[in-house]
Design a binder for this molecule. Structure first.
Ligand code: MG
Length: 263
């Protein structure tokens, strides 16, 4: 029995040695990812976020004077608001709640919307026990796709959207190089999984792409309903940086992954 155990240990250590005998290396020298401070909770902005509304003022928004703040909450007023700052690929967090008591039906109940780049709408609507066309309900890309699920909370309760947005890219001649794409969570549930947009999101014609700048504002829709908002922030997305210094290769012998020096 003891012999068996000794043999097993030897065998195991042999395996360990042989698995260490070679290592795959990418040939890419990565820079150290920036260290940022997490928010107090996952819904609070990390330290590199740009805060668009923290309950105090609407100074980040054009037309903000036409909306109002009550008890630290931003309430939809007359006309769209749009951010003074513009964004490209980004992550957006926004919390909103439908008016209570609910009024109206279908598209007339708790309607607003978040427009990425000022032109691509992810629908905001009171979709709690409120029927409407599916590609117009909460978390839909308006007139393009419904969300995968309806995870809407009742009016008066807070909803969150966490959006990962990839801008469309255009060629120099104005033709589309790559479409916009969106991944989004509604109240923590995935509702849009890298959905590639067909174009903009108007009510009265098919979606289309028209070349535009590589950055744009985030706007919030006034649809005549006093939808309430809080805790809005955005992070600009910067891909990890690395430099290919050689082709991928296998390093032989007992090796350890070196920690590349950050630049
Ligand atoms: Mg809308």
């Amino acid at each position: 029995m003891r012999l068996v155990i000794v043999l097993m240990i030897l065998f195991a250590s042999t395996i360990t040695v042989s698995s260490n005998a070679q290592e795959y290396l990418t040939g890419i020298q990565w820079q150290m990812p920036p260290i940022i401070k997490a928010g107090a909770t996952d819904s609070q902005p990390p330290s590199d976020a740009i805060v668009l509304f923290d309950g105090k003022d609407l100074s980040a928004w054009e037309n903000g004077e036409k909306w109002k703040i009550e008890d630290g909450v931003m309430i939809s007023g007359k006309g769209f608001v749009k951010t003074k700052q513009t964004f490209g690929d980004c992550q957006v967090h926004i919390e909103w709640t439908a008016p209570t008591p609910p009024k109206g039906t279908s598209q007339g109940r708790g309607n607003s919307g978040i427009f990425l780049m000022g032109r691509y709408e992810m629908q905001i609507l009171d979709s709690y026990e409120n029927e409407t066309y599916f590609d117009g309900q909460a978390a839909a890309i308006y007139k393009q796709t419904p969300p995968m699920v309806n995870v809407m909370r009742a009016p008066g309760e807070w909803n969150s959207y966490d959006i990962i947005w990839t801008c469309p890219r255009f060629n120099e001649d104005g033709s589309l190089k790559s479409p916009a794409a969106i991944t989004a969570l509604h109240n923590g549930a995935l509702v849009l999984n890298h959905f590639e947009l067909l174009g903009d999101t108007p009510y009265n014609r098919p979606p289309e792409y028209t070349a535009h700048e590589s950055v744009g504002p985030i706007s919030l829709q006034d649809h005549g309903n006093p939808v309430r908002f809080r805790n809005i922030w955005v992070r600009e997305l910067v891909p990890p940086k690395g430099e290919k210094t050689r082709e991928p290769f296998i390093r032989k012998g007992k090796v350890e992954t070196p920690i590349e020096k950050s630049k």
